[in-house]
Design a protein around this ligand. Sequence first.
Ligand SMILES: [Zn+2]
Length: 588
Amino acid sequence: MIAVNRRARPTQVSSATPRAARSLLVTAALAATVTLAACGGGDDPGPGATGEAVVTNLPPADVVDAALSVITEESLRSHTQVLASDEFEGRGPSSRGEELTMQYLTEQFAALGLEPGGVNGTWVQEVPLVSITADPDMTLTVAGNDATRSFAYHTEFVAGTPRVVESVALEDSELVFVGYGAVAPEYQWNDFAGVDVSGKTVVVLVNDPGFATQNPELFKGNAMTYYGRWTYKYEEGARQGAAGVLIVHETAPAAYGWATVQNGWTGPQFDLVTADNNMGRVMAEGWITLETARAIFAQAGMDFDELKARAAVPGFQAVPLGLTASLSIRNTIERSTSRNFLARIPGTTRPDEVVIYMGHWDHFGMDPALEGDQIYNGAVDNASGTATLIKMAEAFKALNPAPERTVVFWATTAEEQGLLGSGYYAENPVYPLSKTVAAINIDALPIFGATRDYVVVGYGNSQLDDYAQRANGPLERVVKADPEPEKGSFFRSDHFPLAKKGVPAHYGSAGHDNVEHGEEWGRAQSDAWTAEKYHQVNDEYAGEWDLGGAMQDISVWFRIGVELAYSNAWPQWNDGTEFKAIREATMR
Ligand SMILES: [Zn+2]
């Protein structure tokens, strides 16, 4: 999982608490052939390819179990140890660690008899990256209403440009308050209705009206929708033609303090780069503190808190502030290329339909400025998930008959820099997204032992939840929703760029309810790991890891993929999710 902010730094991740779970469904994986009506009940797997009845031709249960048994703890440990070794230098994108990782993955997947799954018969897809560092010597000046006020970089605002150019400037750009800046047809909401912001600078609130009001009838209530995520604010600003987007920072709706913003939005910013050097994106992207926002609204003769309250009421209309903003940004630019790694097992009867297993191979590389240990080994995050991809491929190769659909194993790059490898793929898919049935994302194995629960991040989004229920059935685990959906974890790992393009995606892992030590112990272990090791140099391989929960999770992920790979079912997004309309448009 990436940090909550843009750049890699130690920070807090969510920890799980229980929530009422849905009853377990009997696993379908035990039956040799399962035929389900296209419109079933709660376990409806979605319609078949052309709306016909869903036919799932699973291999016999003993074949599935035997295939799964090739994934042993020892084999996971040995791959993880190699990938997380100091020799691999923390697997930074475009580094020697990348070379070694690509070599290792190629050797392993070739030895298993997989086909190269990348571009032009290779094992890879190249991903062009750029690092842009803004000169911190910049000032935001707001003029109007017989006053001019300047704000200081770092303490009162931060800003940069995604455009790959030496400098950009906002010059007397009109300021418009656009509330939450959301265009959300499924919630009958449009903050840009009746206002033209082209060339202007929008001031926008973080999170969404549902979180702001805690009204379950607005958006998704407490749970963050994508409209609440900071990346969305900049994307929508670009679609509206805005020159600048300034997000008002507030700790509760952002889920992190101003220090995290300062930390994440200053210094080198890694990004993807398009053929037009990102000229389609907003010229100036920034954040302002709450105090800065209050000062700007006061200068406009308006009350920030009153306008903020209005922004959460349906029918809100954007408000021109009668002020202008000026800001000039100078950049240092460095370009590089990294690689997504892709391998595949071709489907026997539906080769053009694709099921994807994904997990990021990259971590933070090395930091020569550190005293002592300088290597971010990323053993849990995500050497363990990369090791799982290798073993998952071996398990699929052990299935006889072979899968009906093509199964792709994709190790993504630059996840830690902001989902860049997966983001690039989503814009330049190697396999058509309309033919991609679903994606299963593996980001870090649990290391504290077997659990009685399984947490689905983004629970309630799609019919893949039902697959997870069935796959957890044999383990007698309770499937739970992410206990802190307001933090937007669903938007913070590599499945998300695919979900955003409409591909149903599953992201789940063991909860805290440890079989041996109970829930309190499990949560304490996880919290301690997050505080002491997450995104730090001491995320290293350790022999004392208890992979009991990892083995459970792997069996869940395997059974979900098997059910998808031997079927004509197309799992659907649930009504009211922000990705459903995109999927339906893609599939037309
Ligand atoms: Zn991470």
